[in-house]
Design a protein around this ligand. Structure first.
Ligand SMILES: Nc1ncnc2c1ncn2[C@@H]1O[C@H](COP(=O)(O)OP(=O)(O)OP(=O)(O)O)[C@@H](O)[C@H]1O
Length: 252
């Protein structure tokens, strides 16, 4: 069963187009969403969630049509897109109080566990948190209402290596029961080597591939310069794929 199904999602900006994006996130799995700067990762996530209005496409979350069941879906998913920079002087405690009112299944015990895990002090104000602490706080909120689908935009990018490793281990633990799924975008391909079951790769608004990690890696071995070269890693695959463009532009 898929906890998320994105079909033909399109969005046109004056200088960028998201083109018929389709992929599925299976129940109990972690999907890594990769692509270079400006490839369309955040636009995909925002358009899926109606945070920017898509031109077309259908989204199913937890078996329901997102557009027809938006309020229900939002109760049952956890999302971290962007920061909390607009409340710099607010204490975490205050933001949590407001957030918790929105969720029918808010679980204060889970929230306290997450705060402890991330070593966060909710008496602090947002501007007293480091960039990594802000991300951790948003993730703590997203984990506190029994969400079955978690959607994170670059959750590991501001974290130190130890916190990153901890978060990835937590991701694995979260999906272990088989009920939940995680979709997260990242530039740090080594994160995906550690925990992603499937990988979706977007380039210039088009999905190039969306498959199990091993199949994904096999799929792109044709990019090797020589047959005898060692297997390309995820990072090598992205660099080879994107470098082609620079080579072409240099040739112009
Ligand atoms: N509100 C907007 N209006 C016009 N163009 C936009 C808007 N938001 C994003 N874009 C454009 O859409 C393209 C894709 O941006 P997007 O933020 O989705 O990329 P991304 O893959 O998330 O990049 P990054 O890895 O740098 O975060 C970019 O060319 C960007 O300029």
């Amino acid at each position: 069963m898929n906890l998320l199904s994105v079909k033909n999602l399109s969005k046109k900006y004056p200088a960028f187009e998201l083109k018929e994006v389709s992929f599925n996130v299976k129940q109990g799995s972690i999907m890594g969403f990769i692509g270079k700067n400006g490839a369309g990762k955040s636009t995909t996530l925002k358009a899926m969630l109606n945070m920017v209005h898509p031109d077309s496409g259908t989204i199913e979350m937890l078996g329901k049509d997102f557009n027809q069941n938006e309020a229900w879906c939002k109760q049952n998913i956890g999302v971290v897109l962007g920061g909390i920079d607009y409340y710099p002087k607010k204490k975490l405690k205050t933001i949590t109080k407001v957030t918790s009112r929105f969720y029918e299944k808010w679980d204060d015990e889970k929230y306290q566990q997450a705060l402890k895990l991330f070593e966060l002090d909710e008496r602090k104000t947002v501007d007293q948190l480091s960039a990594g602490m802000r991300v951790k706080y948003l993730i703590a909120l997203a984990l506190s209402h029994h969400a079955r689908l978690l959607i994170f935009d670059e959750p590991t990018s501001g974290l130190d290596p130890v916190s990153r490793e901890d978060l990835l281990m937590l991701f694995e633990k979260l999906v272990q029961s088989g009920d939940r799924s995680i979709l997260f975008s990242t530039h740090i391909t080594s994160d995906l080597e550690k925990c992603a079951d499937t990988i979706t790769y977007i380039k210039d608004g088009t999905i190039l591939a969306s498959e199990d990690r091993e199949a994904f890696v096999r799929h792109f071995q044709y990019l090797k310069d020589n047959e005898s070269d060692p297997e390309l890693s995820l990072e090598d695959i992205m660099v080879h794929m994107e470098r082609k463009k620079y080579d072409e532009s240099i040739a112009l």
